[in-house]
Design a protein around this ligand. Structure first.
Ligand SMILES: Nc1nc2c(ncn2[C@@H]2O[C@H](COP(=O)(O)OP(=O)(O)O)[C@@H](O)[C@H]2O)c(=O)[nH]1
Ligand SMILES: [Mg+2]
Length: 147
């Protein structure tokens, strides 16, 4: 699998999605800044929820092939700034998580919020039901240049 950097607030579902995407992998590496499980870098939510750690995210992205911007379907706001994808030299895919617990209107609103970050394309998933996970996995490998 291509190396993935997860960017999203605490509770958006980064760790759960990481487990979904890497359930065949057994390598675990813990670093000070990021948690690597297989090919996925799961960033601490503090990177978005405290003082904004833009540079830490940029540095970590050097090791990734693909970046995911995640926003929960029931989110009230998006902590990822508008246009933020342009700070990365890698493809940025938008992921709306927790589709299973949101209305269609809520999903649409989250898609709109993620579009403002410049992430493209945007996929809607549920790590709980598994919806969209296979599609996301294929897109990660296509965008990341791995198959
Ligand atoms: N209903 C639902 N809950 C989810 C989904 N993904 C994650 N969660 C739950 O959301 C909470 C936070 O998930 P976690 O992966 O720890 O988020 P993180 O802080 O971004 O790593 C946990 O209780 C998960 O079980 C999903 O697709 N649907
Ligand atoms: Mg986590």
């Amino acid at each position: 699998m291509a190396a993935v950097l997860m960017v999203g607030s605490v509770g958006v579902g980064k760790t759960t999605l990481t487990q979904r995407l890497t359930d065949r992998d057994i390598e675990y590496v813990k670093t000070q800044a990021t948690y690597r499980e297989g090919d996925v870098f799961d960033t601490p939510g503090e990177y978005l929820d405290g003082p904004f750690h833009k540079q830490a995210l940029q540095l970590t992205s050097a090791e990734a092939d693909v970046i995911l911007f995640l926003l929960a379907a029931d989110a009230l706001e998006c902590r990822i700034p508008p246009g933020f994808s342009s700070f990365f030299m890698k493809p940025v895919i938008g992921v709306v998580t927790k589709k299973d617990m949101a209305t269609e209107d809520e999903v649409e609103r989250s898609i709109t919020l993620l579009e403002q970050t410049g992430a493209h394309p945007i996929l809607v998933i549920s790590a709980m039901t598994g919806e969209g996970i296979e599609e996301l996995s294929q897109l990660i490998n296509a965008e990341g240049g791995t198959s």
